[in-house]
Design a protein around this ligand. Structure first.
Ligand code: MG
Length: 213
Protein backbone atom coordinates (compact mmCIF):
# COMPACT_ATOMS: atom_id res chain seq x y z
CA UNK A 1 0.00 0.00 0.00
CA UNK A 2 1.35 3.42 -0.95
CA UNK A 3 1.98 5.77 1.99
CA UNK A 4 -0.93 7.81 3.25
CA UNK A 5 -0.97 11.29 1.66
CA UNK A 6 -1.88 13.05 4.91
CA UNK A 7 0.98 11.40 6.78
CA UNK A 8 3.37 12.16 3.93
CA UNK A 9 2.48 15.84 4.10
CA UNK A 10 3.72 15.97 7.72
CA UNK A 11 7.17 14.57 6.90
CA UNK A 12 9.96 17.00 6.01
CA UNK A 13 11.90 16.31 2.86
CA UNK A 14 12.62 17.31 -0.68
CA UNK A 15 11.07 14.46 -2.63
CA UNK A 16 8.21 15.30 -5.03
CA UNK A 17 5.12 13.04 -4.80
CA UNK A 18 5.65 11.78 -8.38
CA UNK A 19 9.26 10.88 -7.55
CA UNK A 20 8.17 9.08 -4.40
CA UNK A 21 5.54 7.09 -6.27
CA UNK A 22 8.12 6.06 -8.86
CA UNK A 23 10.38 4.85 -6.04
CA UNK A 24 7.48 2.88 -4.61
CA UNK A 25 6.80 1.21 -7.96
CA UNK A 26 10.47 0.41 -8.54
CA UNK A 27 10.89 -1.05 -5.05
CA UNK A 28 7.69 -3.08 -5.28
CA UNK A 29 9.17 -4.86 -8.29
CA UNK A 30 12.83 -5.00 -7.21
CA UNK A 31 12.36 -6.02 -3.57
CA UNK A 32 10.94 -9.41 -4.57
CA UNK A 33 14.56 -10.30 -5.43
CA UNK A 34 16.34 -8.95 -2.35
CA UNK A 35 16.73 -6.07 0.09
CA UNK A 36 16.71 -2.39 -0.91
CA UNK A 37 18.98 0.33 0.47
CA UNK A 38 18.78 4.11 0.58
CA UNK A 39 21.53 6.63 1.30
CA UNK A 40 20.20 9.83 2.88
CA UNK A 41 17.23 8.81 5.04
CA UNK A 42 16.85 12.32 6.57
CA UNK A 43 13.36 12.56 8.11
CA UNK A 44 11.99 9.43 6.45
CA UNK A 45 10.06 10.67 3.42
CA UNK A 46 11.69 8.34 0.89
CA UNK A 47 11.66 5.53 3.48
CA UNK A 48 7.86 5.79 3.52
CA UNK A 49 7.72 4.98 -0.19
CA UNK A 50 10.56 2.47 -0.40
CA UNK A 51 9.74 0.91 2.97
CA UNK A 52 6.04 0.78 2.10
CA UNK A 53 6.88 -1.29 -0.97
CA UNK A 54 9.28 -3.54 0.97
CA UNK A 55 6.59 -4.19 3.59
CA UNK A 56 4.30 -5.44 0.79
CA UNK A 57 6.87 -7.96 -0.42
CA UNK A 58 8.26 -8.92 2.99
CA UNK A 59 11.64 -7.41 2.13
CA UNK A 60 13.96 -5.12 4.12
CA UNK A 61 14.96 -1.51 3.46
CA UNK A 62 18.33 -0.50 4.91
CA UNK A 63 18.43 3.27 5.42
CA UNK A 64 21.84 4.86 5.80
CA UNK A 65 22.27 8.35 7.20
CA UNK A 66 24.67 9.84 9.76
CA UNK A 67 21.67 12.03 10.67
CA UNK A 68 23.91 15.05 11.17
CA UNK A 69 22.45 16.83 8.12
CA UNK A 70 24.07 17.46 4.75
CA UNK A 71 26.18 20.51 3.98
CA UNK A 72 23.12 22.63 3.14
CA UNK A 73 21.33 21.72 6.40
CA UNK A 74 24.01 23.18 8.69
CA UNK A 75 23.42 26.36 10.75
CA UNK A 76 23.67 29.41 8.49
CA UNK A 77 23.13 27.39 5.30
CA UNK A 78 20.16 27.59 2.94
CA UNK A 79 18.20 24.59 4.24
CA UNK A 80 19.00 24.86 7.95
CA UNK A 81 15.92 23.92 9.99
CA UNK A 82 16.08 25.00 13.66
CA UNK A 83 13.57 22.25 14.54
CA UNK A 84 16.19 19.64 13.59
CA UNK A 85 18.94 21.26 15.65
CA UNK A 86 19.71 19.41 18.89
CA UNK A 87 21.14 21.91 21.39
CA UNK A 88 22.17 19.09 23.73
CA UNK A 89 24.39 17.58 21.04
CA UNK A 90 25.25 20.97 19.54
CA UNK A 91 24.44 19.83 16.03
CA UNK A 92 21.74 18.88 13.56
CA UNK A 93 20.13 15.56 14.48
CA UNK A 94 17.45 14.11 12.21
CA UNK A 95 17.48 10.62 13.74
CA UNK A 96 14.67 11.02 16.28
CA UNK A 97 12.45 12.53 13.57
CA UNK A 98 13.33 9.64 11.25
CA UNK A 99 12.44 7.02 13.86
CA UNK A 100 9.18 8.81 14.67
CA UNK A 101 8.24 8.69 10.97
CA UNK A 102 8.85 4.93 10.91
CA UNK A 103 6.84 4.37 14.09
CA UNK A 104 3.86 6.42 12.92
CA UNK A 105 3.75 4.41 9.71
CA UNK A 106 4.27 0.91 11.05
CA UNK A 107 7.63 0.47 9.35
CA UNK A 108 9.88 -0.48 12.27
CA UNK A 109 9.92 -4.15 11.25
CA UNK A 110 10.72 -3.29 7.63
CA UNK A 111 13.21 -0.42 7.72
CA UNK A 112 16.60 -0.98 9.34
CA UNK A 113 18.34 2.34 10.08
CA UNK A 114 22.12 2.44 9.82
CA UNK A 115 23.42 5.56 11.55
CA UNK A 116 26.78 5.98 9.85
CA UNK A 117 28.46 7.56 6.87
CA UNK A 118 27.89 5.63 3.68
CA UNK A 119 31.61 4.83 3.45
CA UNK A 120 31.66 3.32 6.96
CA UNK A 121 28.48 1.33 6.32
CA UNK A 122 29.91 -0.02 3.05
CA UNK A 123 33.19 -1.20 4.54
CA UNK A 124 32.03 -4.71 5.44
CA UNK A 125 28.94 -4.91 3.29
CA UNK A 126 28.50 -8.18 1.39
CA UNK A 127 24.75 -8.52 0.73
CA UNK A 128 23.55 -8.14 -2.87
CA UNK A 129 20.90 -5.43 -3.17
CA UNK A 130 17.93 -5.29 -5.52
CA UNK A 131 17.68 -1.48 -5.46
CA UNK A 132 19.76 1.44 -4.21
CA UNK A 133 18.50 4.99 -3.89
CA UNK A 134 21.24 7.64 -3.62
CA UNK A 135 19.99 10.86 -2.03
CA UNK A 136 22.89 11.82 0.22
CA UNK A 137 25.23 14.83 0.29
CA UNK A 138 25.46 16.91 -2.88
CA UNK A 139 29.19 17.63 -2.79
CA UNK A 140 31.26 15.81 -5.39
CA UNK A 141 33.12 13.98 -2.61
CA UNK A 142 29.88 12.71 -1.04
CA UNK A 143 28.21 11.73 -4.31
CA UNK A 144 31.30 9.92 -5.64
CA UNK A 145 31.79 8.10 -2.34
CA UNK A 146 28.15 6.98 -2.34
CA UNK A 147 28.39 5.73 -5.92
CA UNK A 148 31.80 4.09 -5.63
CA UNK A 149 31.03 2.44 -2.29
CA UNK A 150 27.66 1.01 -3.27
CA UNK A 151 27.03 0.61 -7.02
CA UNK A 152 28.92 -2.69 -7.11
CA UNK A 153 26.50 -4.20 -4.56
CA UNK A 154 23.51 -3.94 -6.92
CA UNK A 155 22.56 -7.33 -8.32
CA UNK A 156 22.44 -7.80 -12.10
CA UNK A 157 19.05 -6.54 -13.29
CA UNK A 158 18.79 -4.44 -10.10
CA UNK A 159 18.01 -0.76 -9.92
CA UNK A 160 20.01 2.37 -9.11
CA UNK A 161 17.95 5.51 -8.51
CA UNK A 162 19.65 8.87 -7.99
CA UNK A 163 17.87 11.98 -6.75
CA UNK A 164 18.44 15.64 -7.69
CA UNK A 165 19.67 15.23 -11.24
CA UNK A 166 19.71 18.57 -13.03
CA UNK A 167 20.66 18.50 -16.70
CA UNK A 168 21.04 22.29 -16.61
CA UNK A 169 23.79 23.43 -14.20
CA UNK A 170 21.81 26.65 -13.62
CA UNK A 171 18.99 24.57 -12.10
CA UNK A 172 21.07 22.79 -9.45
CA UNK A 173 24.33 21.17 -8.31
CA UNK A 174 25.92 18.75 -10.74
CA UNK A 175 27.37 16.04 -8.48
CA UNK A 176 24.34 13.69 -8.72
CA UNK A 177 24.28 14.20 -12.50
CA UNK A 178 27.99 13.34 -12.67
CA UNK A 179 27.57 9.98 -10.92
CA UNK A 180 24.53 9.24 -13.10
CA UNK A 181 26.65 9.81 -16.21
CA UNK A 182 29.53 7.81 -14.74
CA UNK A 183 27.21 4.84 -14.16
CA UNK A 184 26.00 4.89 -17.77
CA UNK A 185 29.34 5.63 -19.42
CA UNK A 186 31.08 2.91 -17.40
CA UNK A 187 28.79 0.41 -19.15
CA UNK A 188 27.52 -1.20 -15.94
CA UNK A 189 24.09 0.45 -16.06
CA UNK A 190 21.49 1.40 -18.65
CA UNK A 191 19.08 4.31 -18.47
CA UNK A 192 15.40 3.94 -17.73
CA UNK A 193 12.98 6.87 -17.92
CA UNK A 194 13.52 9.68 -15.41
CA UNK A 195 10.78 11.08 -13.15
CA UNK A 196 11.37 14.80 -12.59
CA UNK A 197 14.86 14.91 -11.01
CA UNK A 198 14.91 11.20 -10.21
CA UNK A 199 17.33 9.34 -12.47
CA UNK A 200 16.68 5.62 -12.81
CA UNK A 201 19.24 3.09 -14.04
CA UNK A 202 19.23 -0.65 -14.32
CA UNK A 203 22.30 -2.80 -13.83
CA UNK A 204 22.93 -4.84 -16.95
CA UNK A 205 22.48 -8.59 -16.75
CA UNK A 206 25.62 -10.74 -16.75
CA UNK A 207 26.91 -10.99 -20.32
CA UNK A 208 24.74 -8.12 -21.56
CA UNK A 209 26.91 -5.75 -23.54
CA UNK A 210 26.43 -1.99 -23.66
CA UNK A 211 24.67 -0.62 -26.76
CA UNK A 212 26.89 1.14 -29.23
CA UNK A 213 25.97 4.76 -29.11
MG1 MG B 1 17.34 14.82 -2.66
Amino acid sequence: MKPDARLLATVKGFLAPEEGERLYDLALEASRRGPCLEIGGFCGKSALYLGGACRETGATLFSIDHHRGSEEHQPGEEYFDPALYDPRLGRVNSFSTFITTLEKNGLTDTVVPIVATSAAAARSWATPLSLIFIDGGHSYASAFTDYNSWAGHIMPGGCLAIHDIFMDPAAGGQAPHQIYKMAVEGGLFKRLAMTQTLGVLQRRAVGETPDHR
